[in-house]
Design a protein around this ligand. Structure first.
Ligand SMILES: [Mg+2]
Length: 416
């Protein structure tokens, strides 16, 4: 049974399938009706799990007799059933995780510097205390190049919990893994040195130690709307996306995932829109179309789930970000979740590759590592890790471990 993007399901007999790979793009075409010359063949573009993301018609003769006529097509000698994720060059979980970690590490050295200071520095490479910083940094003398911070550590801690629970989500266990990061230095890229804990997350840890259940630990006041839940939302968003969650299921999961540390509705709104946008970016691989589709989906299906106050808080995101005379510098320099989401969506929307998107996010200043981590997770999942500058990837700490965790996570979701 295969479901296409419009939601209908159909049976396709495996024995009649022929697969082609579009070289260099990590996409696959699947046909089930290879016909004689000059007839049309129905083709499907499939994602990691064989779900159809596009369908259309191509000339049957090309597929049936000589696929090599089209240079970017390559025939694969296996049936659909024999395919498994290792055949795919791209795994959006691994790509998004690497994208997040690289963005995080790239932004760490200029964290908390003003927009003006960051733009003067004009950061282009992964730098740190070991590469001789030519500017004043909060982390002077402490953090080497390529080191990712709390954003990625908490993301990895959440993924490790879900892997350990065999694909189930156990919020108590996720909280325990967060504490293992901060108190036992697990899930860190620098041995015995967890860094970057935010105040709202610290407050949630304190409540948990006092015996409050994990789902009630997140602060629920307006001042608790920092970006500390959004920065680690990637695995939960992918969980919804890859499991084809319904509207109700997605909202519940994202709400719970946020409220372990951040319980205000504005946070849930930001985390939820991030999930919609990430989904559309992976599906469409076109920022502008993805943004429009995410906005449409939000207003068609989810608008009534949120208060007017939350809508108002996100007005830049919906009303002005695409307007020609919109001045991006009106997005405040802060760690407010709405500002970080707006920076990420703006940076994705106004660039067409990973590097430019992450550099733009960093140049918004202040919470540079988190803004770049959020932007990087979307850009990595959309453009693939091959789009990350090689020098940045080479400098990344514990890259192989991140790849292994990403692969395990996607495998355990696939097994659900
Ligand atoms: Mg950080």
């Amino acid at each position: 049974m295969i479901r296409n993007e419009k939601g209908y399901e159909e049976h396709i007999k495996p024995s009649t399938k022929v697969l082609f790979r579009i070289k260099g793009r990590g996409k696959y075409l699947l046909t089930n009706e290879v016909k004689p010359s000059l007839s049309l063949t129905r083709v499907f573009e499939t994602d990691l799990h064989g779900r159809i993301s596009m369908e259309g018609l191509l000339m049957g003769s090309i597929f049936a007799h000589d696929p090599y006529i089209i240079p970017e097509l390559e025939k694969i000698d296996c049936t659909f059933e024999e395919l498994n994720p290792q055949f795919f060059e791209r795994n959006p979980v691994v790509d998004g995780l690497l994208g997040q970690a690289v963005g995080d590490a790239f932004g760490v050295p200029v964290e908390f510097l003003s927009r003006r200071e960051v733009r003067e520095i004009n950061l282009r490479d992964m730098v740190g205390c070991d590469s001789g910083l030519a500017f004043k940094s909060r982390w002077n003398g402490l953090i080497p190049a390529g080191a990712w911070s709390d954003d990625t550590s908490m993301t990895v801690a959440a993924m490790s919990s879900i892997i350990g629970c065999e694909g189930e989500i156990d919020y108590e266990d996720i909280m325990k893994q967060f504490l293992n990061w901060w108190e036992r230095a697990e899930y860190t890229c620098l041995d015995n040195f967890p860094f970057g804990l935010g105040s709202t997350v610290a407050g949630a840890f304190e409540k948990y130690h006092r015996g409050v259940p994990a789902l009630w630990c997140g602060g629920s006041g307006f001042k608790d709307n920092g970006n500390g839940a959004l920065m680690r939302m990637f695995p939960f968003s992918m969980y919804c996306i890859l499991n084809d969650y319904t509207q109700v299921e997605s909202l519940e999961l994202i709400r719970n995932a946020s409220r372990i540390t951040h319980g205000h509705e504005i946070n849930l709104f930001s985390c939820f829109f991030y999930t919609l946008f990430l989904n559309e970016c992976i599906r469409m691989r076109n920022p502008k179309r993805a943004y429009q589709s995410a906005v449409n989906r939000f207003f068609d299906n989810y608008r009534s789930s949120f208060s007017a106050k939350s809508m108002e808080a996100h007005k830049l995101l919906f009303r002005e970000i695409t307007e020609k005379d919109f001045d991006p510098d009106c997005i405040p320099e802060s760690g407010y979740v709405v500002d970080s989401l707006t920076v990420a969506v703006y940076s994705i929307l106004h660039t067409d590759n990973y590097k430019d998107a992450v550099m733009m996010a960093v140049n918004f200043g202040y919470d540079t590592d988190t803004n770049a981590a959020i932007t990087g997770s979307i850009a990595g999942a959309m453009y693939g890790s091959s789009g990350i500058p090689q020098g940045w990837l080479d400098a990344l700490r514990k890259k192989e471990e991140l790849i292994r965790i990403g692969e395990k996570f996607s495998a355990c979701i696939g097994a659900c």
